[in-house]
Ligand binder design. Structure first.
Ligand code: HMG
Ligand code: MG
Length: 312
């Protein structure tokens, strides 16, 4: 399979940790519910392809996300591949934490919103009430020795509120990180960000003590900006990037949220620029081709399309 021609680019980290969200962000947004055995096979393949962090599922009410109602069964099916600090699950509340602890997870992610409208629609609460809901979750998770990530959604624009002020994002980020989270993920839920916004937000967070070493970036690709925004964040010292194999993804509670940055597109860009990821691109493309067969439609990833066509 073709590989990018190596030409190291200045100003990038030597290694990037890819935080794979396809099994969660991707499959939560599928119209049909993917069978548990297919999810388990998908995650095994992602792990075998060398992805260091694979978000496996969400412990949310089945009424909210029916696509991930089988969270406990997925983890049971994964065995050791689903456990440890590199296999986070989404947890919104104490009930979700109880279920996650029972499944034996080693890492969780809470998920807040920079805007009131999305907090209401996605969490059925105001921003302040959602922080209250997360407080005992993070305290108990830390007490149990779990690694904890905090997502903030709608960092760069909101479908109902429009532009989102940087100060508003920083305020929510600080409240979530003050709970004791290890990492902050900046969500461009609807994929509208551009590079200047990325620099500005990272700078504003750094000014308040949340440096790029504690930040991951999470770009959806609705407007085709995800890779450009990611490279902008890497130039500012971020070294954790969320991506979704095959470009699956979206949020059923956010209008116009499409797939995440495709992991294959990210790996192509990084390996070409001499940035290590530990990921086997050929294995990932084969996984996306297989997953596309399961879902009955082609992957939106440009790299998957190009490499799979070249191979045919
Ligand atoms: P609520 O309806 O206010 O919850 O939802 P509740 O506490 O009133 O409970 C309602 C019922 O659900 C009760 O059952 C609870 O026991 C049960 P009943 O008494 O009616 O039989 N319940 C649960 N069951 C299983 N697991 C649980 C759980 N909790 C309660 N954890 C809630 C509030 C926060 C739970 C809900 O709004 C929710 O789960 N929202 C999450 C929606 C979601 O998963 N969205 C997608 C993920 S976020 C995203 O994709 C963005 C991201 O990718 C970053 C980005 O792109 O920006 C992360
Ligand atoms: Mg997302």
């Amino acid at each position: 399979m073709r590989a990018p021609q190596l030409e190291p680019a200045a100003g990038l980290p030597s290694r990037v940790t890819i935080y794979e969200v396809g099994a969660r962000d991707g499959l939560q947004n599928e119209k049909t519910v993917v069978p548990t055995a297919t999810k388990v096979e998908f995650i095994h393949r992602l792990v075998r392809a060398g992805l260091p962090v694979v978000e496996t599922t969400s412990f949310v009410p089945p009424s909210w996300i029916p696509q991930l109602a089988d969270a406990s069964e997925v983890l049971a099916g994964l065995g050791p591949d689903g456990l440890g600090p590199g296999r986070p699950v989404l947890v919104p509340n104490e009930k979700g934490l109880d279920r996650a602890l029972e499944a034996g997870v080693g890492a969780i992610a809470i998920f807040g919103s920079a805007t009131e409208t999305f907090a209401r629609r996605n969490l059925n609460r105001s921003v302040a009430e959602s922080v209250e809901m997360f407080t005992p979750v993070v305290a108990r998770a830390r007490g149990a020795g779990l690694w904890v990530r905090a997502y903030v959604s709608m960092c760069f624009g909101d479908p109902w509120e429009g532009d989102v002020p940087v100060d508003q994002v920083v305020d929510v980020a600080l409240r979530l990180m003050d709970l004791g989270c290890d990492q902050l993920s900046l969500g461009d839920t609807i994929g509208v960000a551009t590079t200047g916004q990325v620099h500005r937000l990272l700078e504003a967070l750094d000014d308040k003590g949340i440096g790029p070493d504690r930040i991951g970036v999470h770009f959806h690709d609705t407007y085709g900006q995800a890779l450009a925004n990611t490279m902008a964040a890497l130039a500012d010292g971020v070294a954790v990037v969320d991506a979704s194999t095959g470009g699956l993804g979206g949020c059923p509670y956010a209008k116009s949220a499409t797939g995440n940055l495709a992991t294959e597109d990210l790996v192509w860009a990084l390996h070409g620029a001499g940035v290590e990821t530990g990921v086997d691109l050929e294995a990932l493309v084969a996984t996306s081709v297989w997953m596309a067969q399961q879902l009955g439609r082609p992957s939106p990833s440009r790299v998957v399309t190009a490499l799979a066509d070249a191979d045919a």
